[in-house]
Design a binder for this molecule. Structure first.
Ligand code: GLA
Length: 732
């Protein structure tokens, strides 16, 4: 593991346990070319892979046909305006209106440990487990320097990259950056397939896998947040890639705003994958002496299919991205008031719900939307972060104290980034909303977005958060964000900086959440955005869990949680048992199935606990006991996707195995019953092949290898939407 520089051949080699990544400086112009990313190599003699001596370049050193060189050489960080006509990473506009930028190698440094990125979320690591490389490129005509930053981790097949652009002031007093992506990966196409995650409100992160065709394809967001519609993730797969075999090149962006993730197949069947902050309405004024830090991209290569890729992301995010006191802790079993009461609650109602929940083993009441200002419905009062004493006489303190007295913790919902037109805050400060002067800004859920890039707005919002969180014993915050950004205009930014608003907005959200983490380190923060519209690695840096989707139906959740768990650790997925018929889709599923599906995430309840049936009341203590028994395994174990209802239209199955392979929890959901069927054999994964495992609750003992290659028989159940947990414990 580590990073090496072959000085003679000017080649950089980045090694992870099973992969190598090589790039080098080309002789004629000093371009930094990408040579190789794949299974681990011994040597560095790979520069021939860049084909610099082959047609279509002119072999007599490329000068005469510089454009054909630029348009087909594999670049580490391609720039725009000088002849690389493929999608590129860096685009500028000078004061004179020119867009050409061309960068060559200047210097580099290799060191132990990983630098943090100013103002941005990023993976972290110490000198004992990380090695980092900075390669500095420069455009001397513009006086720009570009730092390409790479990190490898001691025990993970992941490489992280980020980019910092500096205006040295040597040539231009101001350069406008119009596109700064964070990573590029140039390779030959190998009939790759492109895997991306798509969705909408209530059906986020559904997996799509399509052949990679010629031209540009990919995903993006221009909504100011990463969005329900797309995830800042892409993977290139060999056509034979499955959960257990085949090649996967994956990229994921640690960012929570507009993004672009593209793969392009060019005229020579080369593929270029790029990822970074979305260039839509992006124009960053970079004055002399200033620098712009672009966010981080995580790259994972796997030769053991998607499953190995998933487990690398899980380990990386669990150990090197998620922070704080709750990182490795079992979370309290919460009872969220939203689907149980919506806006219709007062202290007495909440206490009654809490009492009923506490009796069954629930540990925290989360008071969702509706507790502040005149918030009777979702048409008003966002921004008025003052307790509604009519609903909650005695305020949050009385409620928290009474909850604590019955042994329950207390959590609240907030949506600090927003303002309703019908609010005292908006009436006092209409200019605090993001808007284009003279144009009526579009509403979404009847609300506007606060211009957090203005210091006075950010300080006001922070002041309210701080006042509320210090007013009572609040141990959890659900931070919501229920609309996309549009009508982009800030009263505080000069005209030549309006193109920074999308970006500065995200930085301001990060600043607020960082303050919350520092000032209230004991508070468990759960991010949320109309369900899972801001489920991204950026938010994970601040909150160890994120509300996965407003769709709490157990069957709909199968595909949502499958897509989410493809990259995110199970312990990050907000998942609740809710009432039936389900409020989003009207489906009725067994209470047991709802519990089993929610156990794959954070686990909790979101229903009116005072209106449970006897049967439900009888089941809840058992569900909570399962949570306490298995959550450490679910949070920290290795996840294997065994079958997908999305693909087979009949059943879903996943497994979590402890790191020491002594225990495995298999969750099986029979979505549709079938007539006249015998048992299904499910091949497990990741067990100790030479060990023997007992199927709990039976006297059956299986060899680990038998379970993996012969399979575990699962008997059919009567009825649709049924589920079962199978627990395998190693025999000593
Ligand atoms: C969003 C969230 C829900 C709930 C409501 C409250 O939609 O995703 O869980 O908190 O807001 O308004």
């Amino acid at each position: 593991m580590g990073i090496f520089y072959d000085e003679k051949n000017r080649i950089f080699k980045l090694d992870t346990p099973h992969t190598s990544y090589l790039m080098g400086v080309e002789d004629d112009f000093g371009y930094l070319l990408h040579y190789y990313y794949g299974p681990r190599l011994h040597g560095t003699d790979v520069s021939y892979l860049a084909r610099t001596g082959e047609p279509p370049y002119t072999p007599d050193r490329n000068g005469r046909d510089k454009l054909s060189f630029l348009d087909s050489a594999p670049f580490e960080y391609p720039t725009g305006g000088v002849g690389d006509f493929r999608t590129h990473c860096l685009e500028v506009c000078t004061a004179a209106g020119h867009n050409a930028v061309e960068a060559g190698y200047r210097r580099h440094s290799i060191r132990k440990g990983k630098k943090s990125l100013p103002g941005l979320p990023a993976t972290f690591g110490g000198e004992e487990d990380c090695t980092a490389l900075t390669v500095t490129l420069a455009d001397d005509v513009l006086g720009l320097e570009i730092d390409l930053e790479y990190t490898v981790f001691e025990d993970l097949d992941a490489i992280t990259r980020s980019v910092c652009v500096r205006n040295t002031g040597a040539k231009e007093p101001v350069v406008y950056l119009t596109k700064v992506l964070s990573a590029c990966l140039d390779m030959d196409d190998r009939d790759f397939e492109l895997l991306t995650l798509h969705g909408s409100w209530a059906r986020e992160r559904i997996i799509q896998r399509l052949p990679l065709g010629k031209g540009r394809q990919g995903v993006f967001s221009e909504r100011g947040e990463t969005s329900h519609q797309a995830q800042p993730f892409l993977a290139l797969l060999s056509p034979d890639a499955t959960q257990t075999g085949g090649e996967v090149y994956a990229m994921h962006l640690v960012w929570s705003g507009n993004f672009e993730a593209q793969a392009e197949v060019d005229q020579f069947d080369q593929v270029r994958a790029v990822m970074g902050v979305g260039p839509y309405h992006f124009r960053w004024k970079l004055a002399a002496g200033e620098s712009f830090q672009a966010p981080e991209v995580v790259m994972v290569y796997s030769r053991q299919g998607l499953g190995a890729m998933t487990r690398t992301f899980h380990d990386l995010y669990r150990n090197h991205l998620i922070r704080g006191q709750w990182k490795d802790k079992r979370r309290p079993v919460l009872l969220n008031s939203w689907e149980g009461a919506y806006f219709d609650f007062d202290t007495e109602k909440l206490l009654a719900m809490a009492r009923a929940g506490a009796e069954l083993g629930m540990e925290m009441l989360v008071m969702d939307d509706g507790w502040f200002g005149d918030r009777r419905d979702d048409n008003r009062a966002l921004g008025d972060w003052f307790v509604n004493e009519k609903k909650l006489p005695g305020g949050l303190k009385r409620l928290a104290d009474e909850l604590n007295a019955m042994g329950m913790k207390f959590g609240i919902w907030m949506e600090p980034e927003m303002v309703s037109p019908d609010s005292d805050l908006y009436r006092a400060h209409p200019d605090w909303a993001i808007q284009v002067p003279g144009r009526r800004a579009g509403l979404c859920r009847n609300q506007y977005v606060l211009d957090l890039t203005r210091r006075e707005v950010l300080e006001y919002v922070w002041g309210r958060i701080e006042a509320i969180l210090t007013s009572a014993n609040i141990e959890y915050v659900k931070w919501d964000m229920n609309r996309q950004l549009s009508d982009m205009g800030s009263f505080a930014l000069d005209s030549d900086r309006q193109g920074e608003l999308y970006h500065r907005y995200v930085l301001a959200v990060y600043e607020l959440q960082e303050r919350l983490c520092q000032r209230f380190p004991h508070v468990l923060l759960e991010n949320c955005s109309g369900g899972g519209a801001r489920y991204d690695p950026g938010m994970l840096y601040y909150s160890p869990q994120i509300w996965c989707s407003d769709d709490t139906d157990a069957i709909e959740r199968l595909a949502i949680q499958e897509g989410t768990a493809l990259v995110y650790p199970l312990g990050t997925m907000g998942a609740h048992v809710s009432a039936c018929p389900n409020h989003t889709v009207g489906r009725t599923t067994p209470f047991e199935t709802r519990g089993h599906v929610a156990l794959a995430g954070t686990f909790g309840y979101e229903l009116d606990s005072t209106r449970l049936t006897e049967e439900e009341r009888a089941q809840i203590p058992g569900q909570i006991a399962l949570y306490h028994r298995f959550n450490d395994l679910v949070r920290a174990g290795d996840y294997y996707r065994l079958a997908s209802f999305r693909e087979n239209h009949a059943f879903d199955c996943w497994q979590v195995t402890s790191k020491d392979r002594s225990a495995a929890l298999v969750t099986y959901v029979q979505v549709l019953a079938g007539a006249n069927r015998h048992s299904r054999r499910i091949c497990l994964q990741g067990l100790d092949g030479s060990a023997r495992y007992r199927l709990e609750g039976t006297d059956r003992v299986f060899g680990g290898d038998t379970l993996m290659y012969g399979g575990l028989p699962v008997e059919p159940m009567a009825g649709d939407h049924r589920s079962k947990l199978m627990i395998l414990i190693i025999e000593k």
